[in-house]
Design a protein around this ligand. Sequence first.
Ligand SMILES: [Zn+2]
Length: 48
Amino acid sequence: MTRLILALSLLALTMPQVANAHGGGCRKSSPPGQCCHMDNSTGVVHCH
Ligand SMILES: [Zn+2]
C-alpha cells in the first residue's frame, strides 16, 4: 500500500508540467507575471 502511494507521488512529480499544458516555455517579451507563448495547435500567441 505504501509503495503504491510512493509510486503515485513519484509519477505526479515527474509528470511533464501539467500546469504549462502547452509547453514551449515563455517568450522573453512576456510581461511580468505573465507567460506568453505560441499555442502550437492553433498557431496563436496568448498569455496567461
Ligand atoms: Zn497557453
